[in-house]
Design a protein around this ligand. Sequence first.
Ligand code: ATP
Length: 256
Amino acid sequence: VVTDTLLSVQDVSVHFGGIIALDGVSFDIPAGQIVGLIGPNGAGKTTLFNCISRLYNVNSGDILFEGKSILQSPIHKMSSMGIGRTFQNLALFANLSVLDNVMIGGHPTGKTDYVSNALHLPWTRREERELRDRAMSVLRFMGLQETALQLIGGLPFGVQKRLEIARALMSKPKLLMMDEPAGGLNHNELSDLVATIRKIRDEFGTTVLLVEHHMGLVMEVSEKVVALSFGKKLAEGAPREIQEHPDVIEAYLGTG
Ligand code: ATP
């Protein structure tokens, strides 16, 4: 089946004990679009993000990627299936070089959890050469080639945020999920981020799902915005419609 929808969230509910974090949420992410997911604190954005990346199970509903349910797929298959993500709290290895960190993002097993030091990198020489070339080209794409041999630990926060994106690009995701990419960035870094997100979509055709509190950035870069509040979808549509939507305005004003 040829479909223009890359990811379909269908009537998804998630409970944590008595807390209903998501309550029958449905929306589609069209292939090739940049989609923003917004909502006040506690709205369920991170929970939904974690469901799509298979960190959390859903209580009911379904999530289809390219028309097929992903809910039976294990988390370590996500990256080879084409779903990549960045983390709000950077998931970089401080004691490894920039290049090694980015290379880890492209390792075919996707198993990064046991890599704790540079002496035990889990790849063969041929894989290593291929990964290194790919990592250098991703670093060039992100304008970070100069940092390749530096240790992550000493780099400015804004550079580390870009590296988090570079690492996610190594798996050549069809869907790139970005968890608060604007958090902690300064004014110049924010405009670089807008350009970077657009460039990723335009050059690789990557579909982007953005969870973000920075309203200006979401509204500038997204073609479609989905608004959540208290676990329910309030509205979805073009940025302008969402900004003017009375329920969305009320949800934000209501929680201060
Ligand atoms: P924020 O913008 O503050 O990150 P959010 O929109 O991402 O908020 P979630 O983190 O998804 O919201 O939280 C939705 C609700 O689910 C909240 O009431 C939260 O306390 C609850 N929740 C989220 N994760 C868990 C968990 N692992 N265990 C228990 N409750 C959870």
